[in-house]
Design a protein around this ligand. Structure first.
Ligand code: ADP
Length: 783
């Protein structure tokens, strides 16, 4: 379009612009200071008030020549002039049209140029392409404004009403903050569509940049916000703590813990958790209650022997020596334990079954466990399961509970001080389950070698490796051990001690041990055999030796008091002195009943704590033949009393029971109180004997005890626990035991010393029982 014949050529004074560009159709203030420029304006004011505005290529240039100024510029009309202080001038100009310098004509007082004007833009014919471009531009401009937020909405409203594309483009370009060369290129775009296109491109690019800027901004702000917020809060907390004078306490605490953590050699999982908790603690104010909880937790984790281990010493000869050193007798259990240790020695990695020592209290289960630990050179720890009914006792409470703690298992491990102790689980048969969860299944996890390397306590929340622990369990009876546990265990039975066992145990083990424990010397105290036997018989009645040891301890204690007063005090404890030290005897040794009596028979009972004797009494009172039973008897026992009575009645004639007795007397059966559970059928023949005695008036032998179930026809059926029962009978001074002949095979288990001293009478019918137990009838006496 350059050189179009419609264009006008004219001469105008020129104002070079620094750092800005005036588009046609725009009104703008210019501050003018350069002498030449002021001259140019004054010259213009004298004539048409029009002036040519062109932009300098370099803003710093104070006296630009022709090549320093863009050739294309704008013809503008001067609307207003304001003289400013200091000789400068503020000029209000309005762009009229584009123009191009043809030549510089003067440059002495001011620049004068010959220009070619392009005034015919608005007459450009509209076409669809132009229309489309226009719409796009408007749309983009609106978008741009919305994104950039730099242009007020009123401006947008007025801009979009412009219909003439050329004008629209110029107005929009003037509102954009573009670099000078970009603006210049728009100004030089004389072709309208070219100008619109260029603008669209610029807008699209600008929007892209804006979008990027926005994203970067958001990211930066987020980051800033987070760090700033944390920083701010931390500072604030520090300030508060400082005000409260607490800061140092917490910091010191955290430091101390951090040092401990460094030393502790925790496994990575635990380390991670602990560090997290420590961070939490660090952020807490010193007085926060929560802080105590976290502190406790950390103390707990750090106190566990995560990697502390004792070295095993698996010397079987040594083990045998130690077991013998600590225990009298117990040949079978010792042998089994040594076998068990041998297997462990051969197959170190083998995850063998768990030992379970079964027997009545006080027979040395715990102390065998201790000896195993001693012979292996391991630490020993004991945990009682008696009465444990809550899973949490084994596995702990979650930390959400107030005052929660790890379960007993980890508490014991902590106590043991190493992660491979011998761990005695006592009374595994005394656990009970209730609504709080089944402790047996938790225990199963503890014992299962497949799972216990990642045993997780609810409180600790991090797995602890229990696989190196050697578990030994104990129970009084295998019947109450939960089946799945029993399946994993190797049962070793320990039986009750006879008096013959107890004597050497007391003399050679318990007495020396107690003398030492009480700080006595051998010459301060000695026990005679008679005395020990008296203690066994008259002050204890037990399967094991626990009470025996207690009685001995009690004597030692009293002697120790004397020794404190007089260092040379010396006493021999003989049978006569026992009373002085232990008071009157607690049990009547000898015959369960001293003399043969009518209506009183000694029975034998089997309990978990060994066997015991019980006497069954029958009395006749005037009445109508009614049967009364007292002594808190179980149903089975009541029924066998009925059976016994029926049998005795049916044999009334043979037994010499009078009609009067059968018809005019009530019968009262009583089993005196005692710690023995009074149920089960094995007292059948005992009750029948008492009945027969009471009704016939014949005495029962007091040196006879019996056990056996009875049928209505008087058959005697087998019972359990013969061995324990015979030990109890022996203890009680009985010399004859009547037993079911079907139990004869069980005699094998009865210790020889008992068999030597005791007469066993196997019977299969009640007639035989009565023949043995009843004292022959005295002449002239009959009911
Ligand atoms: P349990 O665990 O079976 O109830 P303990 O192991 O506590 O019994 O034994 C009670 C006491 O009797 C302990 O002091 C123990 O050393 C001692 N004891 C038991 N049996 C023997 C034995 N055979 N030889 C020496 N001391 C024994």
């Amino acid at each position: 379009m350059f050189g179009n014949e419609l264009n006008q050529y004219r001469e105008l004074s020129m104002l070079p612009l620094r750092g800005l560009l005036v588009f046609p159709y725009t009104v703008i203030h210019l501050d003018v200071g350069r002498k030449k420029s002021i001259n140019a304006i004054e010259e213009a004011m004298l004539g048409s008030k029009e002036i040519f505005l062109a932009t300098q290529k370099e803003a710093q240039n104070d006296d630009p020549s022709e090549e320093d100024v863009y050739a294309v510029g704008t013809v503008a009309e001067i609307k207003q002039i304001l003289k400013m202080p200091g000789g400068t001038m503020r000029v209000l100009v309005e762009g009229i049209c584009r123009a191009r310098v043809v030549s510089y004509t003067d440059d002495v007082d001011y620049i004068k140029v010959m220009i070619e004007e392009f005034r015919n833009e608005e007459t450009t014919k509209k076409n669809p392409e132009l229309e489309a471009l226009t719409r796009t531009l408007v749309y983009q401009f609106e978008q741009y404004v919305r994104m950039s937020k730099k242009i007020p909405p009123e401006t947008v409203a007025s801009v979009v009403t412009i219909e003439e594309p050329a004008r629209l483009a110029d107005v929009i370009a003037s509102h954009l903050s573009l670099r000078i060369n970009e603006k210049q290129s728009i100004l030089e775009a004389l072709d309208i569509s070219e100008r619109l296109n260029a603008l669209c491109e610029i807008l699209a690019r600008e929007m892209e940049v804006l979008e990027l800027e926005r994203k970067i901004n958001i990211r930066v702000r987020k980051q800033m916000e987070k760090t700033q917020k944390e920083y701010y809060l931390r500072e604030q907390m520090k300030a508060i703590q400082k005000e409260l004078g607490e800061k140092d306490e917490r910091a010191a605490e955290v430091e101390e813990l951090r040092a401990k953590i460094k030393e502790s050699r925790l496994p990575s999982e635990a380390l991670e958790k602990v560090n997290k908790e420590l961070e939490r603690l660090e952020r807490m104010p010193a007085m926060a209650a929560e802080g105590v909880v976290v502190r406790n937790y950390l103390d707990w984790v750090l106190s566990l022997p995560w990697s502390k281990e004792t070295r095993d010493r698996l010397d079987l000869d040594m083990a045998e020596k130690i077991l013998d050193e600590d225990h009298y007798g117990l040949e079978k259990p010792k042998e089994r334990i040594l076998e068990y240790l041998a297997i462990r020695k051969l197959a170190k990695k083998m995850k063998g079954p768990i030992l379970c020592l079964v027997g009545p209290p006080g027979v040395g289960k715990t102390s065998l466990g201790k000896s195993v630990a001693r012979s292996l050179g391991r630490n020993f720890v004991r945990m009682s399961l008696g009465g444990v009914r809550d899973e949490a006792e084994i596995r702990g409470h979650r930390r959400t509970y107030i005052g929660s703690m790890p379960g007993q298992v980890l508490q014991s491990i902590k106590k043991s001080g190493s992660r491979n102790p011998v761990f005695l689980l006592d009374e595994i048969d005394k656990m009970t389950a209730d609504f709080r969860g089944d402790p047996a299944s938790a225990l199963l996890e503890v014992l299962d070698p497949e799972q216990n390397n990642t045993f997780t306590d609810h409180y600790l929340e991090i797995p602890f490796d229990l696989s190196k622990v050697m578990f030994i369990t104990t129970a009084n009876s295998i019947y109450n051990i939960p089946r799945p546990l029993l399946d994993r265990m190797e049962v070793i039975e320990l039986s009750s001690y006879t008096e013959e066992d107890k004597m050497p145990i007391a003399m050679d083990y318990l007495i020396p041990k107690q003398i030492k424990e009480h700080g006595l010397k051998k010459n301060n105290i000695s026990f005679s055999e008679d005395a020990v036997r008296k203690i066994i018989r008259e002050y204890t009645r037990e399967a094991g030796v626990r009470n025996l040891e207690r009685q001995i301890a009690s004597i030692c204690r009293k002697v120790a008091r004397e020794v404190v007063k007089d260092r040379n005090f010396s006493v021999t404890i003989d049978a006569d002195r026992i009373k002085k030290y232990l008071g009157t005897e607690k049990f009547h040794y000898g015959r369960a009943e001293k003399d043969h009596q009518v209506g009183v028979t000694t029975g034998l009972a089997w309990t978990e704590t060994g066997g015991d004797i019980l006497s069954i009494e029958v009395a006749l009172i005037k009445g109508k033949g009614k049967l009364t039973l007292t002594g808190k008897l179980g149903d089975v026992m009541k029924e066998s009393a009925q059976a016994g009575l029926t049998y005795v009645r049916s044999k009334a004639d043979e037994l010499g029971i009078s009609q009067d007795t059968l018809e005019n007397y009530d019968i009262h059966i009583h089993v005196p109180e005692g710690a023995i559970p009074k149920d089960g059928p094995s007292a059948g023949i005992t009750m029948a004997t008492s009945l027969a005695s009471a009704m016939s008036g014949r005495k029962v032998r007091s040196d006879v005890a019996m056990t056996g179930e009875i049928t209505l026809r008087g058959r005697v059926l087998p019972i359990g626990g013969l061995k324990e029962k015979s030990l109890a009978a022996h203890r009680a001074g009985i010399t004859t035991i009547i037993m079911p002949s079907e139990n004869e095979k069980d005699l094998e288990d009865v210790p020889v010393q008992i068999k030597d001293k005791m007469k066993f009478v196997p019977v299969s019918h009640m007639d035989e029982v009565l023949a043995e137990a009843l004292v022959p009838k005295e002449k002239g006496k009959q009911r």
